[in-house]
Ligand binder design. Structure first.
Ligand SMILES: [Zn+2]
Length: 54
């Protein structure tokens, strides 16, 4: 698993289907269908969806 935004291969794993890139401060969610959803973590801690792709 690597970050789809910056290509960082050292992203953190939060749970089975959640990953976090500390370089671009995003969370990546993988659905059961392996669809990828990317959320930007804002300064106040809220997650803002920025992309959804296969
Ligand atoms: Zn990244």
């Amino acid at each position: 698993m690597k970050c789809p935004i910056c290509g960082n291969e050292d992203i953190g794993r939060l749970s089975k289907s959640r990953f976090f890139c500390s370089d671009c401060f995003i969370e990546i969610f993988l659905s059961r269908k392996s669809e990828m959803q990317i959320y930007k973590i804002l300064e106040d801690g809220t997650a803002c969806a920025i992309a959804a792709e296969n």
